[in-house]
Design a protein around this ligand. Structure first.
Ligand SMILES: Cc1cc2nc3c(=O)[nH]c(=O)nc-3n(C[C@H](O)[C@H](O)[C@H](O)COP(=O)(O)OP(=O)(O)OC[C@H]3O[C@@H](n4cnc5c(N)ncnc54)[C@H](O)[C@@H]3O)c2cc1C
Length: 251
């Protein structure tokens, strides 16, 4: 599985006209600065009257402390996930504040789909891995056979359905035999608050092993994107697995 940061939001300029005597001058133009701007707009505190919150990390630490989570919705990141299973993305897209765009199994031929080996199967190896490969290979063979049979059926019975329409019709039916392990790719855009909630729920010992690995990668990336917003998450070992925990939790 790979997670790649592809976009973040930012202020158009450090100096923003806020209708005051002087423009507000942000520390930087990052998504964290957008979030700070949104928080300051609530209280019109453009002149940074409080020393403890005069820096961007200080300001966002206070936002986390008082759980003013909606402010964190103004910073966003778009991540591209590849080489993960449909089982995993089925769980990921349950997070309703994510905006997903996922590889289409109707449009893209699934004949050569890779199969994502669950971490425990990979660890067990031997007979377990053999059973996994036999089952997933058989599914791929069935997919190809079904695609060919359904294409023949359409040519004979629905000759008006041709080209892309025919390929989509065969693939949408043939994919029914592909397993949860089938490789997929998805782009997710979400705000800092939604990413925090995802890490909070999925980087734990209770989560599925694959999505836990995804959540830990997301955390590492988001700690680079918005250090002040994700600094409270700490890694530890629980029941032999690495997890991330925050004393603040979801906000
Ligand atoms: C360990 C684990 C086991 C799970 N097992 C199952 C399972 O067996 N079956 C299953 O179906 N799912 C399961 N899930 C998925 C789970 O039920 C959630 O769908 C998923 O974790 C998304 O999180 P969320 O509901 O907090 O909301 P998100 O969609 O991430 O939204 C974030 C927050 O926004 C708020 N929110 C969003 N939508 C609404 C709404 N409509 N009304 C009120 N508040 C809202 C809530 O505060 C919510 O926590 C499991 C999740 C975990 C972590």
């Amino acid at each position: 599985m790979t997670v790649t940061l592809i976009a973040t939001n930012q202020l158009v300029s450090r100096a923003i006209d806020v209708g005051a005597e002087h423009p507000y001058v942000a520390h930087d133009t990052t998504g964290s600065d957008v979030a700070e701007f949104a928080g300051r707009a609530c209280y019109q505190s453009w002149t940074r009257p409080n020393e403890a919150t005069a820096t961007n990390p200080g300001y966002l630490a206070h936002i986390l402390e008082v759980a003013h989570g909606s402010v964190l919705e103004h910073g966003t990141a778009t991540l591209y996930f590849t080489d993960l299973s449909r089982a995993c993305t089925h769980e990921v897209v349950r997070h309703r504040h994510f905006s997903p765009s996922q590889l289409s199994q109707r449009f893209v031929n699934g004949e050569d789909s890779a199969m994502i080996v669950p971490p425990l199967v990979a660890e067990a190896g031997g007979e377990a891995l053999k059973v996994f490969h036999e089952a997933t290979d058989a599914a791929r063979v069935a997919y190809t056979l079904l695609s060919d049979l359904l294409a023949d059926h359409i040519i004979t019975n629905h000759p008006e359905v041709t080209g892309t329409a025919r390929r989509k019709a065969t693939r949408e039916a043939a994919r029914s035999v592909l397993p949860n392990a089938t490789d997929t790719a998805v782009v997710l855009t979400a705000n800092y608050r939604a990413w925090r909630h995802f890490v909070h729920l999925r980087a734990t010992e209770h989560a599925d092993a694959e999505i836990r690995a995804v959540a830990l990668d997301v955390l590492a990336i988001m700690q680079g994107v918005a250090p002040a917003v994700f600094a409270d998450f700490e890694l530890s070992e629980v029941n032999g697995v690495t997890v991330a925990h925050s004393p603040i939790g979801s906000v």
